[in-house]
Design a protein. Structure first.
Length: 161
């Protein structure tokens, strides 16, 4: 009998190619649910679960921000961190066209293009963080440094105090 093929997302393939270790966490879900519900479903501490947000600057360039799920992106700090006057959240209907991912499955690794990415500086103090795995139902546990390397990210102060 054939063994069930393990589903690999683009993000997982990139991490493996770059030899960045990760652990997969899966959950059952047919549609978007927020990251706090996912963390609760998987029994994960909210402090280590991060969400990926995509914005567009005045220059029309796109930017990716990875922040703790219970925190809010500070739009002024975010804009400053990428050298823009201002940034605005990308409309939900545009997420797939810009990133190649769907809402709830968006991750900083393996988007259609490599966008400037910032990870909340609080991640530097953690051994591991949990981020979306590139598909609804998959979360990846990874070191913050691993995520930085795979996404070309830098740390920044980007959350509301």
């Amino acid at each position: 009998m054939a063994k069930a093929k393990e589903l690999k997302t683009n993000a997982m393939r990139i991490l493996e190619t770059q030899k960045i270790p990760y652990i997969t966490h899966t959950y059952e879900c047919d549609e978007f649910i927020d990251a706090i519900q996912i963390a609760d479903m998987l029994g994960l501490a909210h402090e280590i679960v991060y969400k990926t947000l995509v914005t567009q600057g005045n220059s029309k360039n796109y930017y990716v921000f990875v922040i703790p799920i219970a925190e809010e992106l500070d739009m002024k700090k975010a804009a400053k961190s990428v050298g823009e006057k201002s940034v605005a959240m990308l409309h939900v209907k545009d997420i797939n066209a810009v990133t190649g991912y769907v809402r709830g499955g968006c991750t900083a690794v393996g988007m259609k293009r490599q966008y400037t990415t910032r990870i909340a500086q609080t991640a530097q103090n953690l051994d591991k963080i949990i981020v979306s795995g590139g598909k609804i139902g998959i979360q990846l546990e990874i070191s913050p440094e691993g995520l930085c390397k795979a996404s070309g990210a830098e740390y920044a102060d980007i959350t509301v105090e």
